[in-house]
Design a protein around this ligand. Structure first.
Ligand code: FO1
Length: 325
């Protein structure tokens, strides 16, 4: 069983933990693992250079979550973190005072930056970093190229997504999201192959604009999803008209998409009409939206969407795989 998951950070990390848990139950290898091959194709648009370090938030959120090392309250970074180095950087006026790098997290960024300086690609560095834990999921960055998301706000100012997101809490109305250098970018090795050879392709309940949208925006990836023989199933990141975490509603508003579970499905589109979806999972709170989704040529499943723990995340993953068949 081969599963490819397009994923962003926090929501995607929890969903991937559920996919892994369900795979261990449904496709056990007899040693507590799974015979299923799970590949996460991870957004890198949030990545940036800061204090001479290459930061890769979504890759790190997924790695830490699957490793059991994530700060579940904060939603990013490592559990049991300290911020001594960040305090020193602030004292020297280096970096962003509004973007806290924990000491353990800095270890990851130093390792990644060191590997990149040694000539490794981001995908190779990710393989080395993730090899430290038995994640049970192969993480591949959507691209090895530095394609960073920048936000054009109403007065024309352009800033890195991370500044808009963490300094301004997405409070500055965004006019447009720009993927810098995306035209020259190529999918990382293995990305299109994972999508083409998958039995199921899942779109995690991540930010449809700056996470899933950014992955699909890398030249070649949208076409790979549209042409795979696998069923493509998306999970709504919106339940009952509001986003589960983060500020995805600010991103959706910026591109003129309503913050509703059916509007996002229509935004992704059915594969029959030029989009990427075969099926879409709606929360029970959004059962009334089923007809709109079906009318768009997308099979709708109404299931519990809240991921409160590994068990509910696993049940959601099971529902997503069931919707594929
Ligand atoms: N998010 C914040 O709101 N404030 C922070 O200070 C912050 C620091 C940070 C450091 C490393 C990292 O990997 C992520 C961090 N994040 C922080 C979260 C980050 O903005 C998000 O994980 C994604 O980039 C948006 O989905």
């Amino acid at each position: 069983m081969k599963i490819a998951v397009l994923s962003g950070g926090v929501g995607g990390a929890r969903f991937l933990r559920g996919v892994r848990a369900h795979a261990r139950e449904a496709y056990p290898d007899g040693a507590g693992g799974s015979t299923a091959a799970i590949t996460a194709i991870v957004n890198t648009g949030d990545d940036m250079w800061l204090s001479a370090l290459r930061i890769a938030p979504d890759l790190d959120s997924i790695t830490y979550t699957l490793a059991g090392e994530s700060d579940e309250e904060r939603g990013w970074g490592r559990v049991g973190e300290s911020e001594r180095v960040s305090g020193e950087l602030r004292a020297y006026g280096v970096g962003w005072p509004w973007f806290t790098l924990g000491d353990l997290d800095i270890g990851t960024h130093l390792a990644r930056t060191s590997m990149l300086c040694d000539g490794l690609t981001l995908a190779e560095a990710t393989d080395r970093i993730t090899a430290r834990w038995p994640l049970g999921v192969h993480l591949i960055p959507a691209t090895n190229d530095e394609v960073e998301t920048h936000v054009v706000v109403e007065d024309g100012t352009i800033m890195h997504f991370q500044e808009w997101w963490t300094r301004h809490r997405a409070s500055l109305p965004a006019r447009e999201f720009v993927q810098r250098n995306v035209a020259a970018a190529v999918p990382a090795p293995g990305v299109c192959e994972a999508i083409a050879s998958a039995d199921v392709v899942l779109l995690a309940p991540s930010n449809p604009v700056v996470s899933i949208g950014t992955v699909l925006g890398i030249p070649g990836i949208r076409d790979a999803v549209r042409s795979t023989s696998a069923a493509v199933v998306g999970v709504s990141p919106i339940i009952g008209g509001s986003v589960v975490r983060g500020m995805a509603d600010a991103c959706l508003t910026a591109i003129g998409v309503a913050t509703t579970a059916d509007a996002v499905a229509v935004h992704y589109g059915s594969r029959g009409s030029g989009g990427v979806l075969d099926a879409w999972l709606l929360g029970e709170e959004d059962a009334a939206l089923r007809d709109t989704v079906e009318a768009a040529g997308i099979r709708a499943s109404v299931v519990p969407l809240w991921m409160r723990d590994v068990a509910t995340s696993g049940a959601l993953a099971a529902a997503a795989l069931a919707a594929a068949s």
